[in-house]
Every structure is written in C-alpha cells, then in structure tokens.
Design a protein around this ligand. Sequence first.
Ligand code: NCD
Length: 309
Amino acid sequence: MIQLYNRDIISAMDFDRETLDYLFIEAEKIRQELSTKKILDYCKDKIMTTVFLEPSTRTRLSFQFAMTRLGGLVIDFGLEQAASIAKGESFEDTIKMVDGYKPDIIVLRHREPGSARKAAEIASTPVINAGDGWNEHPTQALLDLYTIWREFKRIDNITLGIIGDLRYGRTPSSLSYAISKYRNVKIYYIAPKELQIRREVLEKIDKLIEWKMVERVEEVIEELDVLYVTRLQKERFTDPLEYEKLKGSYNITLDLLKKFRKIPIIMHPLPRVDELSQDIDSLPQAKYFEQAENGVYIRAALIKSILTR
Ligand code: NCD
C-alpha cells in the first residue's frame, strides 16, 4: 500500500489496489459514522483551500462537504475573474501565495494539463488534483471505482464500456488508470474516431488490462457490466465546426437500452448535456446520482488519510 499521509494526489496511476481497497473501506466507515453524526472530528484543526480555476459544481462542493464533515475548515479561493489572476498574476505566484498562508491541503482545478504537478512542485502543502485540463481527474476515478465496488462487491472481472468524448475528457483517462490495477478487467472505448481515447492512455494501460476501441455501443452493450457515459467537452474544442459536427453523435436513451436483454449499470461523472436521456433516470441501473453522492465519502476518506496518521 502507498503512504497517503502528507502526499500529493496528482494521477490515478499513483494508487495501487491495496490503497484503493483501503479507501473504499474507509469511505464505508465514514458513511456509517455520518449516518448518526453530522460532523466528525478527524480533521478538526485542519484547513483546506479549494482553488478552482475552471467551472465545477460537484467536485468543489463534495470536497467542501467532505472536509466540513470531517470537522475541518474550508477556505475557497473564489472565482478567477474576481482574483488577481484577472490582473495578470501568474499561476506560480498564485500557488506560492496560497501555500504561504499555510493551509493543510490544497485542492486545485486548472485548465492546463500538468498544472497540478507543477503546483505540487511549488507548494510545500499536499496538493490534490481536482482536474487538470483534459489530462486527469484522479478523485473522480476514486468515486467511480467506489461506486462499481459497492455495486458488484468487487472490481476484478469487470467489463467496462466508456462512451463519449474520450479524447478531451479527463475522467476516461483517470478511470482507465485506476481500474487497470485490478485483475481481468476489460475496457471498451466507444466513440467516433475523432473522439477516441488518447494514445498515451493506451500506452500506460496496455500491459495491465485488455482494451478495444469500437464505434457503436450496440456492438458491445450486452457484454458490459458498466456503461460509463461522458459529455462532449465543448470547452476544449478549438474548432467550433468540429464540435457542431460531433454534437449529437452518440445518445443513450431508454429506447436504445430496451432493445437489449441485459442492461449494464449506467454511470456518468455529470454534468450531462444531451448524451444521456432523462428517461433513463428511473431505471434501477441508473447510478449517476448515487455516484455523485459517493464522492463525498470517498473524498473524505482520502482527505483523512492525507491529513492524519
Ligand atoms: C467532470 C470533469 O470535470 O471532468 N465533471 C466532474 O468532475 N464531475 C466531467 C465533465 O465535466 O464532463
């Protein structure tokens, strides 16, 4: 198991399976404790700073809820437009300054791939990567795997389909890295050619798990235990025409799912746009809201492990 105490969390590749399993059990314990108490005291003299320089709803809120539930304090950096970055302050200076206030942990989201690693090099405080551009989102991978683990009581032998914008998405890459630590896992990457998974992701998982690229979900759906849907990452397209061309190129609807004998559980990191129809929400297989809720417990487990011995 890796040492989590005082550690930066930059990539989902950094976890090993013992650490992942440990975090799932810790998350279950915290969930249990929070069923009778609103606020615990594991982090009661600790301070978290959340620095989100790209839009976020769930990730920021669930980090803030997790730290508050652990009894810690949260100071939010606020909106980029309102901060000195808007006056031209560099990323390095911003991180140095935040670090200088001596929080116990910094949670960072930034549009530049590699920014979390850069921040970790600058800051003496542990940094958690809450999304660095299209690159990675390791704590999303934690809550994704935690959701699968709760559902199937295992992660070994899972067949996972990831559909959507695998090129610009950071959740498909981090999920692939984290799940590659388990045995006999197979991933189908389901996307039009223009949106297929990045080569660097395949290079990292190639020796660890089986994977295959397909264009249409219908080809593989009955083989899947989990279908993980992602939205087109509009904000990362440099060519608006390309975005328009690909918009609506995949769409999971109730009518589509009903055609098959077996419906896998459906996950989505959210927010959804038009790739996942609302008529699926009432299916027992729809797990995305539960998945978002799980984020609080697994992030609490991670924060507690980084901040306490
Ligand atoms: C994801 C992200 O930010 O990468 N959202 C999230 O953290 N739940 C997915 C997305 O924005 O499409």
